[in-house]
Ligand binder design. Structure first.
Ligand SMILES: [Zn+2]
Length: 384
């Protein structure tokens, strides 16, 4: 039974699992896990307008606690393959680095936790003291509707209970061990629509230019919302587009729109934030600007895994293996942790993220070995 993270990562990279294709990656993992005694299930989820996506849930043991490792085998496309110095799906090693799409995000992370679990089982007569589960989706990089969110629901319906989860996304900034992601900011998209009255630019008194009102409201909405919190940077609203669409030089338009995204911290929730923004717009409009907000639905609410025994355990394991004390961070975009947090506390810890989604994505072999040792240590400590 192989517990070599480099070999597993290489084999996974050779599966062309460009989102949402399974590419053989889940079948490969299922084979490895079943050989080690895991019970594995595949679940294909569908949703109108999206491609069906294959997912894998595997568990060994029936007792509590159930430690879950989560991840995704789908990868973003390679782009122009000719610009890679190693073919993106060849899994070539050069100068002690494994090259290929997904080495960092996140087939490498999966390989490390699979290798760690197999190694732990090998050293403990094949059974964990509680249970070890793997929750692997093929739908993270695209729309993420037929993946983790449904797999969690599916597992819960079968009576599966999760106690703690490690998501193996690339969390580190410079070196393995420097950063654990212990939460994520929320993300909310909206559009501000200001309506005026169309008219001739030479007769502005007969028109009402919505661009004037839009500028006033944009200025008001860009003021700070807070100054951050213990684990979060300040919330930020960023305008991403201002749209009038007027190609006529002597026409005052009738409507002006501005799109924005807010990345918000744990001092807000979606409803409160919308109220805050609408109140702010109302004050700035002072009854003179006619406007409305259009809010897009968002399933990316803010969350934080509060420091506690599980975080302490992970920090201690990382420090013992690397000598580094990881920083708890909540930076970056959203991840599947936003869905997992509804079932159990979740931390994100994986490889160094620098080459993710880039040409020549690669992971140093030494990092794969270190990350495996860290996961192995976490499993050991977790089951005492
Ligand atoms: Zn990822």
């Amino acid at each position: 039974m192989t517990a070599d993270p480099v070999a597993i990562a290489r084999d996974l990279v050779r599966c062309r699992s460009v989102t949402p294709e399974e590419g053989g990656a889940l079948t490969y993992l299922q084979g490895l896990l079943e050989k080690a005694g895991f019970t594995a299930h595949r679940a294909v989820f569908t949703e109108p307008g999206t491609a069906p996506v294959d997912n894998l849930y595997a568990r060994i043991g029936t007792a509590k606690p159930n430690l879950v490792f989560a991840g995704h085998t789908d990868v973003v496309p390679a782009g122009n393959e000719a610009s890679w110095s190693h073919p993106p799906f060849a899994g070539e090693v050069e100068a002690d680095k494994l090259y290929g799409r997904g080495t960092v995000d996140m087939k490498g992370g999966i390989a490390c936790f699979v290798a760690a679990a197999l190694d732990y089982l090998g050293a403990n007569s094949g059974r964990p003291r509680g249970s070890i589960s793997l929750l692997i989706t093929g739908d993270e990089e695209s729309v993420a509707v037929n993946g983790t969110i449904k797999l969690l629901h599916w597992a819960a319906e079968r009576g599966e209970k999760f106690d703690h989860c490690l998501l193996g996304e690339p969390s580190n900034v410079e070196a393995v061990g420097d950063t654990i992601k212990a939460g994520r900011r929320g993300s909310l998209n909206g559009t501000l629509v200001v309506t005026g009255r169309q008219g001739h630019v030479a007769y502005p008194d007969r028109a009402d230019n919505p661009i004037r009102g839009l500028v006033t409201l944009i200025a008001a909405l860009q003021a700070p919302f807070d100054d951050g919190s213990a684990l979060f940077t300040p919330s930020n609203l960023e305008f991403t587009s201002v749209d009038v669409g007027n190609t006529t030089v002597n026409l005052i338009p009738g409507e002006a729109r501005a799109r924005f995204n807010i990345r918000y911290n744990d001092r807000h929730n979606q409803a409160g934030l919308k109220t805050l923004i609408e109140d702010r717009a109302k004050a700035a409009a002072a009854g003179r600007v006619h406007y409305a907000f259009e809010w897009q639905p968002s399933n990316a609410d803010v969350f934080v895994t509060k420091p506690g025994p599980f975080t302490d355990l992970a920090v201690a394991a990382i420090a013992e293996v690397t000598g580094r004390r990881p920083k708890l961070s909540t930076s970056g975009g959203t991840s599947d942790a936003r869905f997992i947090k509804d079932y159990c506390p979740v931390l994100e810890f994986g490889l160094v993220g620098q080459t993710m989604h880039a040409v020549d994505e690669c992971a140093p072999l030494a990092d794969l070995v270190t990350l495996t040792a860290i996961y192995r240590r976490i499993i050991e400590k977790y089951f005492g």
